[in-house]
Design a protein around this ligand. Structure first.
Ligand code: ZN
Ligand code: ZN
Length: 257
């Protein structure tokens, strides 16, 4: 409580004397329980003696007792018989069972028996399953509520309808970094898309050509390929040409309109 007050800066007059004292009550209960347990085992084990030396037995662990002669044994297995068949017991992971019919038998030598109690165990398992199911249902409900409403797309979305959206999208994907803007392009390379367009159209005539077979305009072959391609993309967008990939080349077909 002192630490709590120090951290929360709670006024001291808010201290609840009942809460202050509860710690001592807990300690008292734990001590009482320990004493009761010791007494219970003392009375219980007074009926039995060490099978080796007939000495006095003391409880040293859960369902384990020891004698001064060094003999350590499981009293449930040694002294208890099954209630159902009067047969010897065998130890399973969480309980003792009758060696004849396999029925669970609670041990007399385990104080405050919980894990070994079949009913308690199945009750706890059931509670745990219910809790897990509830948690799952809550999560499903939470996710369903968090879902946005339906968005019926009756027509192709028009990006221009929302002012600034195209710029924002370009910013988002870094499109401006990938494709230099036209003005810089024209200054740097002397690129004119119209020149390329007429060049490609004249090369095509009315038939088709491969991308690689079109003569270049710019002296730099790499740059020439780039702008030839960029122009073609624009021309395709304008429905002037159709482009089909063929191996590492591109088939260009003019669309008569
Ligand atoms: Zn002994
Ligand atoms: Zn049995």
């Amino acid at each position: 409580m002192q630490m709590l007050n120090k951290n929360c800066n709670a006024p001291t007059d808010l201290k609840n004397p009942l809460i202050e004292e509860i710690h001592f009550v807990h300690v008292q209960i734990a001590q009482l329980k320990e004493k009761t347990k010791n007494f219970y085992f003392h009375v219980l084990l007074s009926q039995y003696n060490c099978p080796k030396c007939s000495g006095e037995l003391t409880m040293t662990d859960q369902s384990q007792c020891s004698c001064l002669c060094g003999n350590i044994l499981d009293p449930t297995l040694t002294f208890q018989k099954s209630i159902c068949c009067g047969a010897r017991l065998i130890r399973r992971t969480f309980h003792y069972a009758c060696s004849r019919c396999n029925k669970t038998n609670p041990s007399r030598f385990i104080f405050d028996e919980r894990v070994f109690d079949r009913e308690y165990f199945s009750r706890m398992m059931q509670a745990s399953r219910v809790k897990a199911r509830k948690k799952k249902e809550e999560m499903i409900r939470f996710l369903t509520e968090a879902r946005s409403g339906e968005l019926p797309l009756l027509q192709e979305p028009c990006l221009e309808l929302i002012p600034g959206l195209v710029e924002d999208l370009n910013d988002l994907v870094g499109a401006d970094d990938l494709i230099p803007d036209n003005s810089r392009l024209e200054i740097d390379t002397g690129f004119e898309m119209d020149d390329y367009r007429s060049h490609i159209l004249s090369a095509l005539g009315c038939g088709s050509r491969m991308f690689s077979s079109i003569n270049r305009i710019l002296s730099d072959p790499r740059e020439d390929r780039i702008w030839r391609f960029v122009t073609l993309v624009f021309m395709r967008h304008e429905r002037e040409v159709e482009l089909t990939q063929q191996n590492n080349d591109l088939l260009i077909e003019s669309i008569e309109g």
